[in-house]
Ligand binder design. Sequence first.
Ligand SMILES: [Zn+2]
Length: 1013
Amino acid sequence: MSSRIDWNSIESKWIERWDKQRLFESDPDSSREKYFVTVAYPYPNSPQHIGHGRTYTLADTHARYIRMKGYNVLFPMGFHYTGTPILGMSRRVAAGDSELMETFHTIYKLSDDVIATFVEPVKIARYFHQEIKKGMKEMGYSIDWRREFTTIDRIYSKFISWQFRTLKKKGLIVQGSHPVGWCPRDQNPVSQHDTIGDVEPDFNEYTVIKFKSSNEGRSGASSRSSNSGADGLIVDDDNSGAIILPAATLRPETLFGVTNIWINPEVEYVQAKVDGQRWILSKEAGRKLEFLNHKVEWINAFRGSEMIGWKVTNPLNDTSVPVYPASFVEADSGTGIVMSVPAHAPYDYQALENLKSDNNIQQMFCITIDENSIHPVKIIESEAYEGSIPAAQAIKQAAALDQNKNDHELLEKATSNLYSHEFYKGKMMQNTGRFAGMTVAVAKNEIKEDLLNSGWAETIYELVNKPVKCRCGAECVVKLLSDQWFLNYGDKEWKQQAHLCLGNMDILPEDIRQEFDYVIDWLRERACARKSGLGTTLPWDKEWIVESLSDSVIYMAYYIIAKYVNNKNISEENDNITDAFFDYILLGAGSPDKVAKECKIDSYIIEHIRNEFNYFYPVDSRHSGRDLVPNHLTFFIFNHVAIFDKNKWPQQIVVNGSVLMEGKKMSKSLGNIIPLRAAIKEYGADTIRLAMLVSAEILQDADFSFDAVRGIRSKLAGIFDMAEKCRIMLAHASEQGQGNQQQQPKQTLMLEDRWLTSRLQRTIAETTASMDKLRIREAIYYTLYSLDRDLQWYMKRATARKRENIAGMLLEFLNIQVRMLAPFAPFTAEEVWELLGNRQYLTAERWPVLEEKKIDIVAEESEFLISNLLADIQNIVRVTKITPTKIVIYTSAVWKEQVYRAILVNILNGTINFGQMMKQLISNPETVKAKTDPKIVQRMVEDILSAPLDARNRRLKLAGFNEVTTLQDAQALLSNEISKAEIVVYSEDDPARYDPKLRAKSARPFKPAIYIE
Ligand SMILES: [Zn+2]
């Protein structure tokens, strides 16, 4: 039957019907509580693939669940056109980029006609917008499409202008010079969305210390200048000969401990005028300085080897130190020149030790260094590093902890250990002049400020996670942007408000809360405008366009307005709309009449929009992927607290992990990117939805696998089969005049009916608890897998009795199961719901509610007993390899029940001491018989300890549970399952029992004895 299911036609049928019924359109309704669910709107520069679907499917599942709980749910969708990636893509299309063409042709199957239109950026956005929207409908997302918009719509732009003017009035947008990640080719700031692999450029601030050389080593050096060609070192006439060797450091406070300077003899250095001063540095460092707005005039280039043996002066204490060779110095790290602090820097210590023992190198560069010529100078004291050379100590400790590390790893570890210990615990020693006695944390800043103010230092920025590549392919750098507009996320008061908001929010899963706190603390000024791309111009400076992570932070409020634009209550052409409109709608400031006059909109409409905003706002739940925690989701908090009153601040954020394909990351090179719409067509939307949801809880990465897809599809088909079976039975029953489909004749409930009813109630409770915490995987497990197992057992029991009157029970089961399945697999659930004769749309139905009175612990215990007994017998049969003709089952004597109960009470109270329990049992006349068989008492203790906790609690509540009648009830089943054997049940107390092998005496409560012939 399952092979005949046409999933796609079922899907299109329901998409059309839901649409027609306007089931997902939500308007204010004062009789119902509202719930506003949003998910980060998509960026339409490609069709969605399986990886994109997870976040949206989670949000839709959430929306559907809450809707069934009776809330008036608003779940809208917009499209984010803003930014540079679409522009970059159109350029690549124009240039005929072969990799992009390949992706368009083979993965997304686009025709050349369509691709040709993509030279115009907005055509790309419009095309994929429609493509994504179709996919969302096909996935069954319960979206109110009346509220759709794009971020380049005219009224949206007015909204963004209002947002920016509002922030500026509050002093949160500042103009200034700040470092930003930068694409030198596009001449634009870059952040996560602009880079290949979605990496946020992260950078560190270094202090560059100017060591002065009087160029006294020049004569020695030029004799070897033949390796560097004709360009020897040239001394400029207008200069006294002072040349600066700049060394970049994260630890300016260690300047007192400098013993020498390191230069890589193999690296090409350049001499350049930097802001008028003569510097020597690596070529890469010179470029860095240019991006940081230093004026760099290149003079000439030469090999590092030429500088070995020079002397330079430490600007802090005027001591003269030599320049030595070291291979660990890298041209693109810092300035290519390193100050050596062997007492506090493990790399320096090691390099100096190596150099001391390497006579070849010393000879090559005409330098002499031995044990006596250079000593590390200790300048910081700290409790963990009491020796005279902390760096040496740190290396020793790191080596002792991990002997498998290579030299580089060892030095890295020693460096980070020593650095952080000294930073937090270190104090400056007496040999550091006026800084003596200061903590390192304080001295570090003071020394840096001193040097910067006196002109002996500069600041540079270095990418920590380089290389970072722009989507255009160029390698990103750090640029000091002047006169750029920044959102001042560094503002202390703003941070405080953001923390306050976060503290009152529900974060799912809770584990990720501290990541948000961390990001709030760590964020600093952020460039909020770009020179190119689609979007809204900065209202006060038309040169700039608001960038994509700044115009997407409070847009959830715009979903309210968009409805009125789309239904033409507000004309898209209306140029009279001013800030007064948004001030009133979103902040309640001003009067509707004045706004109406000013903006030429009916005041009745304005009141309407304001009321709707008040009804739906704040956002109750915001869904997004984990990669958006350090940017979008945190900006969302920041901007809400800046603009809105407290009662409009967001209530919840839900963060999900990404999707792997068969355990691997999805990537073009692995060829495992599957477009969503193609997957729906092949496997059906519900199957894809479940496959995305079932493999992991939300924060973990989900693993999409085709095995899972096939398994899920057959599970769903099984539900169809069962529904079909049920429908036929009901029809049959009604033909026989036993009542119609809705009204089953009253019948005595059998044990398994009571049990299945009870199990359904338990599952309702469990699934609801999971869904309330969005533990989706668990919820699916209960609804789809655990219930299915229960149904299998029920069918076994009913079949053994040859029952024909189970249609009513099956109907009840399916009615509950499909209601709980509806948020995950809405199409299957709706179709089965209809098949079962329901007239209302399931989508508009209520989530099942636990009916406590239907919980039946006697029935639960009975079926538990029967299924355990069956398993025991099957085990015996398997081990003994006999084919039983007769099976005798003995239930325990009455006295054992009383003993069992007494032990159970003890264990649930925490007593497990056997001797103590025995004493207590014997002292009570009701349980004194325990004395006659201590062995059986011991086994009862073991039975209880190995029983699941819910079974222990249940048994405590059970009074007068009759095992004999229960097991007699199961005779048909047991016989059916075990070679049609004769099943006989006796109580151990029954004097007439058949007990040839004296098995009855080993019977315990809930653990009958078995004899097989
Ligand atoms: Zn670029």
